[in-house]
Design a protein around this ligand. Structure first.
Ligand code: FAD
Length: 488
């Protein structure tokens, strides 16, 4: 980022010196100063044109694309001090969807403990860019209401171009991964679900447990976002208790024949790559990777009223043949749980991003909304609710930053089972309290999609359930901290 600062200073100096030459010519009017002045204006224009678009490549791997001048300014501002120059929301414009949604406009409450100052320029720059790209694909409140395959795939490809799926090569740290989830879920939990599934639940097991053949066949297309992946664990009769799954994989020659059904699978209706968990003839859980074939059908769950922009569906496998070379090198529940640990960690950050967005909307709203001749923000009862929400937000944010300090590498996740369950459970609970209270604070507008909070409420209900419900995480905490297994 130093480079951006220096270049701007250089431009300023250049413009000032040219202005000086111009003034000199106006006073003296000689041929030499006149020519010099023409030359000066030409060079000045050239540099100005150059500064209006710039291509960034940070540390040689995260291509942040060509950014227009306005976008550069945004990046510049975010990176420098998290200052914001957004005007106060105009709620009429907001309701007409002209102002899409407010997110990552750092208010005082969001930096109470100065946590964001710990982030380096690269983390800020990547997150800001990913946030902008995501908003470009989902610009208005309406775009979150229905799943649109073209829009969704195009976002995946843009994320892929920015390198955020490729954790191994790009060495995405737990902190950066957390912040990416924070920024994406600040926009919508359904989009963060898509990011979590592809990165933690599909790419992650293939990187860790798949054969070289499978890696070379699928990874590049998954990194680039050309392929969309899904993770099939939950079954109609096996949710919180995946060990009771009924899907079978029977060995035949050099392949497995898989039969069974999965339910509530994010991305399944459009997935190109399937990570499937089944039981072999020895009743052991194994993982298999398959591409879409005629033996896989994936109807969508159309009744869902949460995470609306994210596709969720079934997977029916009818004598599906998967080559043995596509088997993951892991046995038992360790396979799926290794993936879930990383996803749960990401979710615990994501919901804090949603809290920030919700608070931004509610705080702006109470300032502008008047009842009984006073703005809502001046009533003690409203302040009571908002301060409670701010406390919960800061608790969760602090928990997440503390966890990122402790978990230096994703290879260490197995050592932090209790911490991850604590984070997922507590942050989701806090996010739901914040979302429901702020929805109430907006009165009737609280249930309007134009004001976004009701969408976050509905989303967070699902986020609280998947990847382990509140009860399941309490049971994990009881087992890990009290040494008693109370699952059954
Ligand atoms: C939108 C969405 C997307 C999803 N995406 C995926 C995906 O991509 N891949 C995938 O595999 N799954 C996915 N899931 C499934 C999700 O992980 C399960 O819904 C979750 O694990 C809960 O399982 P269940 O719905 O069967 O509920 P159940 O297991 O039937 O639980 C019902 C209730 O009983 C409680 N309960 C269960 N056991 C106990 C116990 N021992 N003690 C006390 N209380 C208990 C639970 O806490 C819960 O409150 C998704 C779900 C949703 C809603």
């Amino acid at each position: 980022m130093k480079w951006v600062y220096q270049r701007r200073r250089f431009h300023l100096a250049l413009h000032l010196s040219f202005a000086g030459i111009l003034v000199g010519w106006i006073y003296q009017r000689t041929i030499q100063t006149s020519l010099l002045s023409f030359f000066a204006v030409g060079v000045s224009w050239w540099f100005y044109r150059d500064s209006s678009s710039a291509s960034y490549r940070i540390d040689g791997y995260l291509c942040l694309g060509r950014a227009k001048r306005a976008e550069c300014d945004n990046l510049f501002i975010t990176v420098s001090l998290h200052k914001h120059r957004e005007k106060r929301s105009d709620w009429a414009r907001f309701a007409r969807h002209e102002k899409p949604y407010t997110h990552c406009i750092m208010k005082k409450y969001a930096n109470l403990f100065g946590q964001f100052r710990k982030l380096d320029a690269l983390t800020n720059l990547v997150c800001s860019n990913v946030s902008q790209i995501t908003k470009t694909h989902y610009p208005t409140a309406d775009t979150f209401l229905y799943f649109n395959e073209d829009r969704y795939r195009s976002l995946y490809r843009s994320w892929g171009e920015n390198g955020i799926f490729n954790h191994k090569k790009n060495d995405v740290s737990p902190l950066l991964y957390g912040m990416l989830n924070y920024h994406i879920e600040g926009i919508d939990s359904g989009l963060r679900s898509g990011y979590s599934v592809q990165s933690s639940l599909v790419i992650n097991p293939i990187e860790q447990f798949a054969s070289e053949h499978v890696k070379s066949k699928y990874l590049d297309s998954l990194y680039s976002g050309k392929y969309v992946g899904c993770f099939g664990l939950t079954e109609p009769d096996a949710g919180s208790d995946p060990a009771s799954m009924k899907t079978t994989a029977v060995e035949e020659k050099d392949y497995y024949v898989v039969n069974g059904s999965k339910i509530w699978i994010t991305n399944s209706p459009i997935a190109d790559v399937f990570v499937l968990w089944c039981k072999n003839e020895s009743n052991q859980i194994i993982g298999l990777v398959s591409e879409r074939t005629d033996q896989i059908t994936t109807p969508a769950i159309t009744e869902k009223l949460s995470l609306m922009c994210s596709p969720t569906g079934y997977i029916y496998m009818d004598n599906l043949k998967i080559p043995k070379t596509n088997q993951l090198n892991v046995r038992g529940l360790r396979g799926p749980f290794t993936c879930l640990n990383k996803a749960r960690y990401g979710i615990s950050w994501g919901v804090v991003g949603a809290m920030e967005s919700i608070l931004n909307i509610a705080i702006d709203y109470v300032d502008e909304r008047k009842q009984f001749n006073q703005s809502l923000s001046s009533f003690q009862l409203i302040q009571n609710d908002l301060v409670h929400c701010i406390e919960l937000y800061n608790h969760s944010l602090n928990n997440s930053f503390a966890a990122a300090e402790l978990i230096q590498s994703f290879d260490d996740l197995d050592k932090h089972l209790a911490l991850i369950s604590f984070l997922k459970k507590t942050n989701c609970e806090n996010a739901l309290v914040v979302a429901r209270l702020c929805r109430d604070i907006l009165g009737g507008n609280g249930v309007s999609n134009a004001y976004h909070i009701i969408r976050h409420v509905m989303n967070l209900e699902a986020v609280n359930t998947y990847e382990g419900t509140k009860n399941i995480h309490k049971l994990i905490l009881g087992r890990e901290l009290l040494g008693k297994n109370a699952f059954f």
